[in-house]
Design a protein around this ligand. Structure first.
Ligand code: PRP
Length: 218
């Protein structure tokens, strides 16, 4: 039987290159022009693969609906979107965390402080657990602007190097959760294409393990 084709949803942006690097280390021959292309669908016939390039927040949506079999998505997206997908592997790339941040030395006001975020579900459940009633303001990016111009008292956002907070005079108040990128799969694809998905998971997991050992040695 001929191998089944896999459609893989990749997140455009900062995870993209690391994810490509991982796939290449796992032995997948992906053309070098991959990074430069503006195409949103890239066929790789020699590997029987098709890649779709999506906004990071949408990767799990493509996988849930089955238009992509597999995807690479940040844990932040998986927590926020709660899509019906299986998480197969922690790829341990694009490490960062979600945190509450704001202007230094400002107390959170008692009555419904405003929280600006791209992650309203994660943020709401965090503040609910803390017993705080807050008003959520959903933004789509440049979240750090919100406290600076008086739109919000705090933000809940990704911190990676911490530079964006620092350069905008903000500080971190609490860490919420560590984030890495995950390999996710559509449940039906997992059943029907396990003969190609399982070997892929095995190859990637070897690379991840190897990376960890290297890290431990250095
Ligand atoms: C993310 C995040 C922070 C920044 C953190 O934004 O929302 O703004 O990166 O990274 P740092 O700690 O290394 O400075 P992104 O660049 O993805 O763009 P966005 O503003 O559109 O969310």
């Amino acid at each position: 039987m001929e191998d089944q084709q896999l459609t893989i949803a990749m997140p455009k942006g900062r995870i993209f290159e690391e994810a490509l690097g991982l796939l290449r280390k796992a032995g997948y021959r992906l053309p070098p022009e991959f990074e430069e292309s503006r195409k949103l669908i890239i066929e790789v016939p020699e590997e029987n693969m098709r890649f779709i390039l999506a906004k990071p927040m949408d990767v799990a949506t493509y996988v849930e609906y089955g238009v992509a079999d597999i995807g690479i998505a940040g844990k932040d997206v998986l927590l926020e979107e709660e899509r019906d997908v299986y998480e197969l592997l922690d790829l341990q790339i694009s490490e960062c965390y979600l945190a509450v941040a704001g202007i230094p030395n400002t107390d959170l006001q008692q009555i419904a402080p405003k929280i600006a975020t791209k992650y309203p579900k994660v943020a709401s459940s965090y503040f609910r657990e803390q017993g705080e009633q807050v008003e959520m303001i959903k933004l789509n990016g440049s979240i750090e602007l919100a406290p600076l111009i008086g739109l919000a008292d705090r933000i809940v956002d990704i911190v990676s190097t911490g530079r964006t907070l620092k350069e905008n005079g903000l500080i971190e108040y609490e860490k919420i959760v560590d984030i890495t990128s995950r390999l996710i799969v559509n449940p039906a694809s997992y059943r029907m294409k396990d003969d190609v998905i399982e070997p892929m998971v095995a190859r990637l997991s070897k690379v991840v393990q190897h990376g960890k050992q290297e890290e431990a040695r250095s």
